[in-house]
Structures are given as structure tokens and as C-alpha cells.
Write a protein that binds this ligand. Structure first.
Ligand code: SF4
Ligand code: SF4
Length: 172
């Protein structure tokens, strides 16, 4: 009987192989196929805009202060009604995140008073040198909404004096 044991083992192994040949494959053909991420997934940051195209970021740097990895660098400049990037006095003229430092904790998102920075569903982050790992504002900011205008915009005097504008729908 002990002589047959290796043969039985071989047949069992072949049976597992044969059975799996007829099962539905579980492999995802990435990158052609992408699996949807979970609701609470934290991916690459996105800087949001209002529906009219103005940037939500007001350059306050609270996100940078909250970041435990010192990954965010913000420089702000003054808005004017002639050259307006965001509601209120100031906007982020420089906004950079060092993706090599980021630990995706979401503290920046929590600290932001205007809900300008959010961790989105983008997970395809690759770079070939350290400089490429620093994502500038141009990469982070979302595209202009269909009904919006690109920034800077010319706005009416007194229309956007508050950093968080009064809007019917705060999600705009
Ligand atoms: S997710 Fe965390 S570590 Fe990354 S930039 Fe935001 S606060 Fe910093
Ligand atoms: S993303 Fe938010 S917290 Fe950071 S500078 Fe802009 S408005 Fe301030």
C-alpha cells in the first residue's frame, strides 16, 4: 500500500489542476481592467474647485501644519477681483505634496476649512526619480467643471469676499 502513496498524491494534485482549469479565472487583467476601490479608500490627493471653477483652496496652510510627515508645502498670494483664483483674500500660488513622505493618514483632509483637499481614488502613483515624486498644484487640481471658468477669473467687486462663499448647495 505504501508503494501506491506517491501515485495517489500525484493523482490528487493532477485532479486539483484539472478542476481549476474549468473554474472562472480570478485574475484581474490590470491595467486594462481596474477594480473599483472601497468607499473609504485613500488615494492620491485632489484639490477641488467650486462649480463656477474657482479653487476651494485658500492657501491657509492648515493642511501643511497638520501633516505629520511634513509632506505639504504651501505658498499663498493675494487675490483681487481682477485676478481671482479662489474666494476670499488669498489663494495657493504654490501647492506641493511630496508623495515619498505621505503616509495617506488623511489629516490634511480633516484640517482643511474649505474641503479643498481630498484623498481621491487614484492609486496609480509611479515615478522614476525623487523630483517626480513631488506633485505640484497643476497635477493635483481637478479640471474645470462644465459650467465653470478656468482660474484666474475676473469677478464683480464684493462678490467673493468670504473664503467660503455663501452657496445654495455647499457641495457646489
Ligand atoms: S495624507 Fe497625511 S501624510 Fe499625506 S499629505 Fe495628508 S496629512 Fe500629510
Ligand atoms: S488645502 Fe485646505 S488647509 Fe490646505 S492650504 Fe488649501 S485651504 Fe488651507
Amino acid at each position: 500500500m505504501r508503494v501506491l502513496e506517491p501515485l495517489i498524491g500525484l493523482v490528487k494534485g493532477l485532479w486539483v489542476t484539472l478542476r481549476s482549469m474549468f473554474e472562472k479565472p480570478v485574475t484581474t487583467q490590470y491595467p486594462e481592467q481596474k477594480k473599483p476601490v472601497k468607499n473609504r479608500f485613500r488615494g492620491r490627493h485632489v484639490l477641488k474647485r467650486y462649480e463656477n471653477g474657482l479653487e476651494k483652496c485658500i492657501g491657509c496652510a492648515l493642511c501643511a501644519a497638520a501633516c505629520p510627515a511634513d509632506a505639504i508645502f504651501v505658498e499663498s498670494s493675494e487675490n483681487s477681483d481682477e485676478t481671482r483664483f479662489s474666494p476670499g483674500e488669498r489663494y495657493a500660488s504654490t501647492y506641493e505634496i511630496n508623495m515619498l513622505r505621505c503616509i495617506y493618514c488623511g489629516f490634511c483632509e480633516d484640517a482643511c476649512p474649505t474641503e479643498a483637499i481630498v484623498l481621491g481614488d487614484q492609486y496609480e502613483l509611479s515615478f522614476t526619480d525623487r523630483r517626480q515624486a513631488i506633485y505640484p498644484k497643476e497635477m493635483l487640481i481637478e479640471s474645470v467643471p462644465v459650467k465653470g471658468q478656468p482660474t484666474p477669473q475676473k469677478t464683480s467687486p464684493g462678490e467673493f469676499t468670504r473664503s467660503v462663499p455663501v452657496m445654495k448647495d455647499p457641495q457646489d
